[in-house]
Design a protein around this ligand. Structure first.
Ligand SMILES: O=C(CO)[C@@H](O)[C@H](O)COP(=O)(O)O
Length: 220
């Protein structure tokens, strides 16, 4: 399994104290920053545009893990590729079919950016299994996407186990990320099930950021 990576979700950052929180984040052992893009249609919330990503990139060297929760991922992925995303993860539910999903992964990769595919809690991962070599990451949502601070859905770990089995059997390079309700306890369960990338929002930004990140990193 790959090295465990923690991706703090800046959806939960305290925007009244942005520079202090960013400084703490940069000094922590987190290697990625999880940047949630929401369009008010695919999910019932609105968040950040490309200029905000450009701003964060000026204040941090963290790997920019951009998760687009939008209806038109073909168009929006291009905008975030241009804005400097290191990874763009879009939703399987937002593309027409698996062929369109693979085509978009190829387009993102051709631009020199890593490509991820995410599934909502009610979507199975089975359709992705034959195509995992086309993806740098699969993101299993362990809450309904849209808001931070929800409770972890433990039954999502079956999807993680299925993905891990397929990745190991074929020696794929694909990461498994989980997002929603992650804390020290649920993070441990997720790593045991086969995740190598943990997104956490409220758990990290509601306490000392470095200590919270370190507590997630000792899950092995
Ligand atoms: O994408 C989302 C929510 O849709 C997440 O990235 C949240 O930001 C995670 O927040 P917590 O559940 O960790 O508070």
């Amino acid at each position: 399994m790959k090295e465990l990576v923690i991706a703090p979700s800046i959806l939960s950052l305290d925007y009244a104290n942005t520079s202090e929180q960013l400084k703490e984040l940069n000094e922590s052992n987190a290697k990625w920053m999880h940047f949630d893009v929401m369009d008010g249609h695919f999910v019932p919330n609105l968040t950040f545009g490309p200029d905000i990503l450009k701003g964060f990139k000026k204040c941090s060297d963290l790997f920019m893990d951009v998760h687009i929760m939008v209806d038109n991922p073909e168009m929006i992925s291009e905008i975030f590729v241009k804005a400097g995303a290191d990874m763009v993860t879009f939703h399987l539910e937002a593309v027409k079919d698996i062929e369109a999903c693979i085509a978009l992964c190829r387009k993102i990769r051709a631009a020199g950016v890593k490509a991820g595919v995410s599934v909502k809690p009610k979507t199975a991962v089975d359709a992705l299994l034959p195509y995992l070599s086309e993806m740098d990451l699969v993101l299993v949502m362990s809450v309904e996407p849209g808001f931070g601070g929800q409770s972890f859905m433990e039954d999502m770990l079956d999807k993680v186990r299925k993905l891990r089995k397929e990745i190991e059997a074929n020696n794929y390079d694909t990461r498994i990320e989980i997002d929603g309700g992650i804390n020290a306890e649920t993070g441990k369960l997720a790593v045991e099930a086969g995740c190598d990338t943990l997104v956490a929002g409220s758990y990290i930004f509601k306490q000392n950021i470095k200590e919270a990140v370190d507590s997630l990193l000792c899950q092995k």
